[in-house]
Design a binder for this molecule. Sequence first.
Ligand SMILES: Cc1ncc(COP(=O)(O)O)c(C=O)c1O
Length: 469
Amino acid sequence: MTTRSTVSEGKWLRSLDQCSLLHPFSALHTQVDSDVKVMESANGIWLTDDGGRKFIDAGSGLWCTNVGYGRKAIVAAAAAQMEKTSFLHSFSNFTHGPIALLTERLLALAPQGFKRILYGVSGSDANDTQIKLVRRYNNIRGKTAKKKVIARNSSYHGSTIGAGSLSGLPMVHRTFDLPMEGVLHTLAADYHRRPGHIVTEEEFSRYLADELDKLIEAEGSDTVAAFIAEPVVGGGGLLIPPAGYFREINNVLEKHDVLMIADEVVTAFGRTGHWFASPSFEAKPDLITVAKGLTSGYFPMSACLISQKVSDVLYAEEAMDGFFGHGFTSTGHPVGAAVALANIHILESENLLHNATVVGQYLLKRIRDKLSGHKFVGDIRGAGLMIGIEFDLDTGLRRQFDNPNYIACLLSKACFDQGLIVRGAYGRVLAAIAPPLILTIAEADEIVRRLERAVECFSATLTTTLAAE
Ligand SMILES: Cc1ncc(COP(=O)(O)O)c(C=O)c1O
């Protein structure tokens, strides 16, 4: 048996990992054989493994390290708050400075018309909370049958029972008996995979809104409570909405008295060059979910932003004194709030929203210059520092690979071998590039260099693999 004293630190950690850790979003049966990666330190956009090898983290961890790794001001804010009050809750009308200040700050940054904030710990629990807020909203209004929530295919909203149901990815549902009752899915705003008869983005937007309208009509508007969408889809495929999409969707939602929840867990806090992405895509949410970039991953924290319209109803409930029986131990954690305030200060003082726009445009252009027209590159799309390169078997016909998850592993390995970590998307062959917003032009160039080499190696492997089939 392997013992601590007979092997190197790295080997010991790998053996501990392999026999005892259940990895989220990983293929369990390959765990023992796989090359477990041990990351040891991080700074800026860089990760270093236990062998001293450096990688560009072009996925910002899990789309979350907006201000980059190793920010001393955030560490100091967390330590100072921990010394002062390591824990405080916000149940039963208790409050504290950091959470009150953060709430004021977030409401000032939010799109117009937002009134209150309820905190959580993860994007998933916040989206579950949104489902409960929507239910309560309609119960108070006496519309007790109006409870269904419509999400979209190829979306990701989390993996708890509620949020996992909302997610439009079969791998989140499979073997977990999801989606739960009352959650429906409509078409993704996936312009690259639009039906063959549709040409323009505007046409596609109208088509998608019509499909949503038909679904609500078929279910009955008196049973449909909310529609949830990411302004730009992240983990489900990096999908930029086609022109006019949210304008068309708004009309349908208004017609049927259906609330809109914007899941801005990835898009808020500068990822697309704005504090919130909704207004720039003409989305008009009644509820907004944020997490990830709220603390740049330095502390687990999420929030549900509640519009005046919804808040007015919630606060009108008189039964049981309007008692709100929901919340978590760490709702409004003081250390999380102090971290979020320090993080927002960095985003603002270093002008990182502007940087995401400028360097994002530069990076998108450079990637297009280098990879457009490549044999397997079907589409290159982006908004701010959210860029997706989608690979197809036949780019002319926009035909997908028959076994996309296997091919996607070849792609991410090719990138990893070049010291570039990218995000993927289940069911697609996609390299999603969403680096920290501190990215410089020189670092953007380095991403392009590594990506180009990775795509060359990937194409060579792919050509051999396809020839052998
Ligand atoms: C858009 C979106 N919503 C919700 C979630 C779930 O967040 P968490 O993993 O913190 O539960 C994610 C996570 O990737 C996400 O991308």
